[in-house]
Ligand binder design. Structure first.
Ligand code: PBG
Length: 338
């Protein structure tokens, strides 16, 4: 006697009929890098296949993805000048703000623009918050004579979010793991006419070695120390749920778990724990790992991309942020996945 599951695998049509996990290109978000300057379209060596644009060329990157069927974007900015307070992050004419205005002029509501709100790309020290050089910075972590000053960072994150909303951002995404960032951004946007702009919070973000290629691409590696005083320790799972509850209490609309593959258990627990949408961020190192292994002939790129991306949805994610967004949209269209 054959088993029920074996009988359901006999026909391709039936296999597709009984698939538990369904994918749509509308669930994909494509990260894009924009740096200050003009007429820039440069390949990113640590993220093969990805391009860094300037505000005047970014629309090309958006257009290419729209043609592939991807309609949502996550923007990261790289300023020309950095300082210890990250001024360019909240400069009304900063690189992301310029890019938002340009892309909105070209595509209006056809492209959904999400912005990463963090100081690390804009500070000379590369940390996600201001540095309190003499002490624990309200963080309790007295490490090597410096601390990230959580509370003095919050007004700057609020200003950054507001400047993005004013420039046309459809949603803002705080990624710096500062306590109270969601509340500060929500209040600033509510008071200034952007009560309807949602916040997608990187609530469960681990201190991960998988962010390496991104830090090269965004020029945001910390100049000293690490991010372990504000990002989460990967030994901890329940702590993620606690941080998620706090962010939801502060007004988050969507929750991000990051990275994705090393955190499928967290994605799954989060999906069971909350009623808000869950996004998983398949980060730069996950992408680069597949690219590098495939380039060496060790694995098949298309197959590993499809399998690892479907696994994120199977774990319970509603949204996948991925550098493979365009290729995945193609795989969905062809019926290979979804
Ligand atoms: C900014 C930020 C980082 C990533 C997204 N937002 C870098 C970091 O936390 O060091 C990583 C994304 C990726 O690796 O693809 N804080």
């Amino acid at each position: 006697m054959t088993t029920r599951t074996r009988r359901l695998r006999g026909s391709e049509i039936l296999r597709h009929m009984v698939r538990e996990t369904r994918l749509s290109a509308d669930s994909l978000v494509y990260p894009l890098f924009v740096r200050e300057g003009k007429n820039i379209e440069e390949a990113l060596p640590t993220l093969p296949g990805q391009t860094r644009y300037s505000p005047d060329t970014l629309a090309k990157g958006v257009e290419g993805a729209l043609q592939a069927g991807v309609r949502s974007f996550l923007l990261f900015g790289i300023p020309e000048t950095k300082d210890d307070k990250g001024f360019e992050a909240y400069n009304e004419t900063g690189v992301v703000q310029q890019a938002l205005r340009n892309v909105k002029k070209s595509f209006g509501k056809d492209a959904f623009l999400i912005t990463d709100v963090c100081l690390c790309e804009y500070t000379s020290h590369g940390h996600c918050g201001l540095i309190d050089s003499c002490g624990d910075g309200g963080r309790g972590g007295h490490r090597e004579g410096y601390g990230v000053d959580n509370d003095s960072t919050l007004p700057l994150l609020a200003k950054t979010a507001l400047s993005h909303a004013r420039a046309g951002a459809d949603m803002v995404a705080p990624s710096g793991m500062m306590d109270g960032a969601v509340a500060a951004m929500r209040a600033a946007m509510d008071e200034n006419g952007f009560a309807e702009t949602p916040i997608m919070s990187y609530a469960a973000k681990y201190a991960s070695a998988f962010y390496g290629p991104f830090r090269e691409a965004a020029g945001s590696a910390p100049q000293f120390g690490d991010r372990k005083t504000y990002q989460m320790d990967y030994h901890n799972g329940r702590e993620a749920l606690k941080r998620i509850d706090i962010d939801i209490g502060e007004g988050a609309d969507i929750i991000i778990v990051k990275p994705a593959l090393p955190c499928l258990d967290i994605v799954s627990k989060t999906a069971a724990h909350i009623s808000l949408p869950v996004a998983a961020y398949s980060v730069s190192g996950e992408y680069a790992m597949i690219k590098a292994a495939a380039a060496s002939g060790f694995v098949d790129e298309y197959g590993t991309m499809c399998e690892s991306s479907v696994a994120v949805f199977r774990a319970g994610a509603d949204i996948l942020i991925t550098y493979f967004a365009k290729e995945l949209a193609g795989a969905i269209r062809k019926g290979d996945i979804g």
